[in-house]
Design a protein around this ligand. Sequence first.
Ligand code: CLF
Ligand code: SF4
Length: 297
Amino acid sequence: SQGNLPIGIWEKVKNHPCYSEDAHHHYARMHVAVAPACNIQCNYCNRKYDCANESRPGVVSEKLTPEQAARKVIAVATTIPQMTVLGIAGPGDALANPAKTFKTFELVSQAAPDIKLCLSTNGLALPDYVDTIKRAKIDHVTITINMVDPEIGAKIYPWIFFNHKRYTGIEAARILTDRQLQGLEMLSERGILCKINSVMIPNINDDHLVEVSKAVTSRGAFLHNIMPLISAPEHGTAFGLNGQRGPTAQELKVLQDACEGQINIMRHCRQCRADAVGLLGEDRSAEFTSDQVMKMD
Ligand code: CLF
Ligand code: SF4
């Protein structure tokens, strides 16, 4: 239901399965894996698999060109009428692949103007693309923010690549948090709805995420999605190899409850793949491989 939401915001969230808990029973989203490169390194990531910002690691997505991606979107929209949102969420970072990301959105909005556009990013490049995002009519942006304290950031991010240079340690984390928060403020000023994803990493940032939640609330974020670290040593993530565990369901709930009240908390995230198709928690991507999409034309 609309609840306390202003009508303009309600219009944007009522059929977005991630931004509205009600909507996720009725509306589907799809991702297209057009963004392979990344401009940072997270200790929980393995580049062979999808970006762990939004995606369950462990399965390699089929990489698509913008033209292939747009064809796939149209094929899915024709087959699944409840498909309301197209997201670009990897397998790397959407804004580390700006030509591919924005070309895909452009082709889709020309062919299917009713589909909502959604973008997920680590935020490092975000301030440079806020005006492009606005012009592309992207209404929903997710920023993965795991810390606002560079000392904690240095334990999560071994390096970033920024302005043609590699930065490491606390210096890297300071640049990253500054850029994330600046990007969030700029989007909020332009009326673009922002969701913050945070990966809860026990003994690294778990006690700190309440402070992150406050920092993003005060800069206009609409929704906070705290996701559990998926610790998967078999996938070779730096954390996984070091025996870093993920939180229990109970630990996650306690943290989400502690953040509730200041900001809307998302509790129905399914940590989708970079090429997910269907209702949240449902994966129909196997029905829409390039070969199958070609046969549908
Ligand atoms: Fe995709 Fe993300 Fe847009 Fe949703 S997923 S880009 S906001 S359309 Fe949703 Fe999936 Fe959770 Fe992401 S359930 S991983 S929050
Ligand atoms: Fe991996 Fe995503 Fe982090 Fe890039 S932003 S290193 S793709 S988890």
